[in-house]
Write a protein that binds this ligand. Structure first.
Ligand SMILES: [Fe+2]
Ligand SMILES: [Fe+2]
Length: 349
């Protein structure tokens, strides 16, 4: 009888300790779309993307992030490089390795080889397996031989980094390289097996392409904007909902931090480092809540002025809702700046 009591006490202590040791709070930063292009590379310019400033902007963001106390990790939501050039991958590794905490990347549409075509003079770009291979372990979160992964980033807190990229084939009808995405059948099977295994844990999803549209043109395919969100978004959202996932972080859309709740899942977008409005976001998360604060990347005033000027001048990113009138300019800025949500918090059900 006494032995039985001791066994029960041990079991109770173990059960209680497993409850107590789940993460109670994590602090992390999300950055996206650094599009690193070293200035020595031929043809790099400051347009809508501040090509010549990408190294400086990412370095400045990282040195600010290093000042944040009690930070646990950093998420990097893809479009790591201009177009998967080996020298740009090396440069980004050098900058991100300057972080004092582990970081986790996913691949964007710009992080895999271009299919050569007459419109693009591209000397070298690497396969996505080679790019992913440069970000293994603590320096990026990747695992050998794969382009997606699951990592425990806190007690009972799992980060799943997805690969939404696909070959950048030139599409003549759009006069663009295909910048769209999907999660293929093999990755869907892997994702379900990981979600099943971690059903009692909190799961964060990191992805480059979005799982939801952000404005009308994304739905109507204005300027091929259907490629901002993955082809099989509904299928992926249904799978995430089935396993109780609450949080998705994406990049690619180049708008400032904001979220929408769809099917009980909070979809957060991460602002770009390389285009206006260059920002990063600090998150504090508990199993029941999320709090965030968005910060501008420190840069000289002339860089901010240039970024804003080139942003206003860009026709492609405006879309039908933002004509080139004073009112259209205002709405265009409001949409991409999303200044009403520089700080916020929410509670999970
Ligand atoms: Fe991008
Ligand atoms: Fe992208």
């Amino acid at each position: 009888m006494r032995v039985l009591n001791i066994v029960w006490i041990i079991l109770l202590v173990l059960a209680l300790s497993s409850l107590c040791f789940a993460f109670d709070k994590v602090k992390f930063v999300a950055i996206s779309d650094p599009h690193i292009s070293i200035p020595q590379q031929k043809g790099v310019t400051d347009g809508y993307k501040l090509g010549l400033k990408t190294v400086m902007l990412t370095e400045n963001a990282i040195s600010e992030i290093n000042k944040i106390p009690d930070l646990n990790f950093v998420l990097v939501a893809g479009d790591l490089t201009q177009d998967a050039e080996p020298w740009n991958i090396d440069e980004l590794r050098r900058i991100l390795d300057g972080l004092k905490v582990p970081y986790f990347v996913v691949l964007g549409n710009h992080d895999l080889s271009l299919v050569p075509h007459e419109k693009k003079d591209q000397p070298v770009s690497l396969s996505k397996y080679t790019v992913a291979g440069a970000f293994i372990g603590k320096s990026g979160g990747m695992v050998p031989g794969m382009t997606y992964y699951a990592q425990e980033v806190g007690k009972d807190l799992v980060l799943i980094g997805l690969d939404t990229s696909r070959a950048q084939v030139f599409v003549p009808e759009a006069n663009l390289n295909d910048f769209g995405g999907r999660i293929d059948a093999g990755q869907m099977r892997w994702l379900e097996s990981v979600l099943k295994k971690n059903q009692n844990k909190t799961v964060i999803i990191l992805t480059h392409h979005n799982l939801v549209p952000w404005q009308e043109g994304d739905k109507t395919n204005h300027n091929a904007w259907r490629w901002f969100w993955i082809d099989n978004a509904e299928e992926v959202r249904a799978l995430l909902k089935k396993y109780g996932v609450k949080l998705v972080f994406s990049g690619h859309r180049h708008i400032s931090t904001r979220y929408q709740k769809v099917d009980d899942i909070y979809h957060f977008i991460t602002p770009p480092l390389s285009t206006y409005p260059m920002r990063y976001t600090i998150y504090e998360m508990t199993p029941k809540s999320l709090k965030w604060e968005v910060k501008d990347v420190p840069a000289p005033q002339e860089v901010w002025d240039l970024a804003r000027k080139n942003f206003i001048a860009n026709k492609w990113w405006r879309g039908p809702d933002h004509p080139e009138t004073p009112e259209g300019n205002q709405k265009y800025l409001e949409f991409y700046e999303s200044n009403w949500t520089m700080k916020g918090d929410l509670t999970f059900k």
